[in-house]
Design a protein around this ligand. Structure first.
Ligand code: ZN
Length: 467
């Protein structure tokens, strides 16, 4: 059979960040996601690599969702001359407004810090893009409704379907018409599961010929854990110890889950009322986006929202850095939900400096900690060593360190298999991306053996032909 299109996997190949795939079809090219590489320094360096193809020939960019590892480099393309449409859902568009601005802001802060201290690869330190580039990017965004077909060219159209990962998250299904025949190619983006309490579960996978499937947790299961029970246990322990529970969360998705879970536990009388502080301006803005896009909420959350039972009863959102620093003066048990879930910077670091040295306190991780991050270090090494460096200071680690894996916005191996099985027919081939090499290989073996679908793990950036 003749090749009709090609896919160029430019990132998330053998790793979990930098998601980006270029589709060539009919002398046109479309990008699905254009995300940042995150984590280790060598990974971050890749954010500076040139696009490698003509930006001006790029017809459109389609974004599965607003997480920076899927959309964080788009302003770089606009800066380099991209003038086409950026298609996404309305929830994604709303989140991008705050997340891209925050990304530009963080880069500026990092560059200023590097210039002051002389820690920089570039001299002087540079930013990938600035706030003006973000403003220019936002003007190209075209919000699209879910499920409907949208025309991209004479012979290609796409639809966005609910991925159940964060608000506005989608998977994208293309329909190519070649020689009177239709071929469907679907990009999973990040796929959620039915245990998240603040987003509706993923839509079933419709018929597709080719599937590009994420595999963040392709080699793992995390369903056995009862997240609510576990969280109740940690909170009750914190109250018993008269300690502080620090939850390094992710500003978008995880923070909202945690906040609502605490409210649910209060209402179920599984925990007493405890002061809960959300210390992240980004989480505050993201929470507002969640509330505005309540279509994405499961029904019981909408119901709770109408009864004003979404937030914990003693809930406070902290605004200024000053207020954040003053938290340490407060007495009695409390929960601090902070952003920067992998401890890569921000306010959570000064909370850790304050609370890690006492065994009364607990740090609870609620998401994946990428290799090379401070989060992974605290999770795997610092507790055993009893020490970790924060802002060049040696900090004693006596607090308990716990992890709640089932709260991840990513489905585990079984969730992804169930999603595959929800399709009325088997794809003829699955390309596995967005996972470590180990996860990709294990997941490919599981699918081939269990479902009999040929799988090709994308272990490094490369092109593949579709026929
Ligand atoms: Zn994501």
């Amino acid at each position: 059979m003749e090749n009709f299109a090609s896919l160029h996997f430019m990132g998330a190949a053998g790793e979990v960040t930098g998601s980006k795939t270029l589709i060539h079809f009919d002398h046109q090219s479309f990008l699905v996601d254009y995300g940042m590489f995150q984590g280790e320094k060598t990974s971050k360096q890749k954010n500076w690599e040139p696009f490698g193809e003509s930006v001006k020939d790029l017809t459109a960019i389609l974004l599965t969702h607003a997480h920076m590892d899927h959309s964080g480099l788009v302003p770089r393309l606009v800066k380099e001359g991209f003038r086409g449409n950026i298609f996404c859902s309305s929830g994604t568009a709303a989140l991008l407004k705050i997340m891209l601005k925050d990304s530009a802001h963080l880069q500026l802060e990092d560059a200023e810090y590097a210039n002051r201290t002389g820690h920089s690869h570039h001299k002087p330190a540079l930013v990938l893009y600035d706030e003006q580039d973000v403003e220019n990017t936002l003007r190209h965004i075209q919000e699209e409704s879910l499920n409907e077909w949208h025309q991209l060219g004479d012979r290609v159209s796409f639809q966005m379907l609910r991925a159940g990962h964060i608000t506005g998250s989608t998977f994208i299904r293309f329909k190519f018409k070649v020689n009177g025949k239709q071929t469907f190619v679907t990009f999973s983006g990040d796929i959620g599961h039915d245990r998240l309490i603040t987003v509706k579960k993923p839509t079933s996978l419709p018929e597709t010929d080719y599937l590009i499937l994420e595999s963040t947790y392709g080699d793992r299961l995390h369903q056995d854990e009862d997240a609510l029970e576990h969280l109740a246990k940690v909170i009750n322990q914190t109250i018993h110890n008269n300690g502080v529970l620090v939850i390094p969360s992710f500003a978008v998705g995880r923070a909202q889950e945690i906040i609502y879970m605490i409210r649910v536990l209060e209402d179920q009388k599984k925990i007493p009322t405890i002061p809960v502080i959300l210390d992240s301006p980004m989480s505050k803005e993201a929470t507002a986006v969640y509330l505005e896009h309540s279509d994405d909420f499961p029904e019981d959350v909408t119901f709770a929202l109408n009864l004003r039972k979404f937030f914990p009863s003693k809930f406070e959102m902290i605004k200024s850095n000053q207020q954040s620093r003053e938290v340490v003066d407060r007495r009695g048990p409390m929960v601090i939900v902070s952003a920067s879930g992998m401890l890569e910077g921000g306010r959570v670091l000064h909370h850790l400096k304050n609370y890690l040295p006492s065994e009364k306190n607990t740090v609870l991780f609620v998401g994946y900690q990428a290799e090379g991050t401070k989060g992974r270090y605290l999770q795997e090494k610092a507790k055993t060593l009893g020490m970790m460096k924060i802002h060049h200071e040696e900090i004693k680690v006596k607090a308990s360190v716990e992890s709640l894996n089932s709260l991840s916005g990513h489905g585990d191996q079984e969730d992804l298999i169930q999603w595959l099985k929800s399709s009325p027919s088997k794809p003829k081939k699955i390309f596995i991306n967005h996972g470590t090499s180990h996860s990709m290989m294990a997941f490919a073996a599981r699918i081939e053996k269990g479902l009999g679908i040929p799988c090709e793990p994308i272990l490094e950036p490369r092109k593949v032909e579709l026929s």
